[in-house]
Write a protein that binds this ligand. Structure first.
Ligand SMILES: CC(C)(COP(=O)(O)OP(=O)(O)OC[C@H]1O[C@@H](n2cnc3c(N)ncnc32)[C@H](O)[C@@H]1OP(=O)(O)O)[C@@H](O)C(=O)NCCC(=O)NCCS
Length: 166
């Protein structure tokens, strides 16, 4: 498996992958808008490619805010159904965490399954002082503090603008 940054010519294949991974078209629509948004961060848009050049999985993190501090929001992440449960999603998560750490980001925040993300160190966001945009998300709203995190970074979390249209 090769992990690399997404490039613009990959986008039709990535959008088709996200459509195949999710039951509803909402994630692909969101992703199309994230590509076009000013919160897009090229170094945190990552594909997992097979040896013969097929894109098996994809993850994006975009600029977000915790109070007045920049952070990143992760998602969508998706793996082609025929490649799921073979370690691709975990590899994409590790690549995202490494890249965000390298960029000096203080935290990765996401909304997702409590069965999948805690294995990478994600904890309920409110336990590290990050307030959810929607209290009904409960423990599914999670954060991973990175080495640049400090206790001054706290408050209300705000995703990239396209998330507000969901
Ligand atoms: C979620 C997803 C990205 C995980 O990628 P993956 O390549 O299948 O996962 P991996 O093989 O790296 O990880 C496997 C582990 O995660 C668990 N896992 C995989 N998908 C899961 C899911 N949707 N919910 C909970 N746990 C999941 C597996 O049980 C496995 O655990 P184990 O190692 O203890 O057996 C992928 O299954 C996917 O695209 N799902 C559809 C889209 C989606 O739900 N995206 C995420 C929204 S939160």
């Amino acid at each position: 498996m090769i992990l690399r940054r997404e490039q613009a010519p990959d986008r039709p294949e990535i959008l088709a992958l996200i459509e195949a991974a999710f039951p509803e078209p909402v994630e692909a629509r969101l992703l199309r808008e994230l590509f076009a948004s000013r919160e897009y961060l090229p170094e945190l848009s990552i594909v997992a490619e097979s040896a013969d050049g097929e894109i098996m999985g994809y993850v994006i993190s975009t600029r977000a805010w915790i109070g007045d501090s920049p952070a990143v929001g992760l998602g969508p992440i998706g793996v082609l159904p025929q490649w799921q449960r073979r370690g691709v999603g975990a590899a994409l998560m590790h690549a995202s965490i490494d890249a965000a750490t390298e960029q000096g980001e203080p935290a990765i925040v996401l909304l997702g399954s409590t069965d999948f993300y805690p294995r990478f160190g994600f904890v309920p966001a409110d336990s590290v002082g990050i307030t959810s945009p929607d209290p009904s998300w409960g423990s599914h709203f999670m954060a991973l503090p990175l080495p640049a995190f400090h206790t001054g970074i706290r408050g209300h979390f705000r995703y990239a603008e396209p998330f507000s249209k969901l």
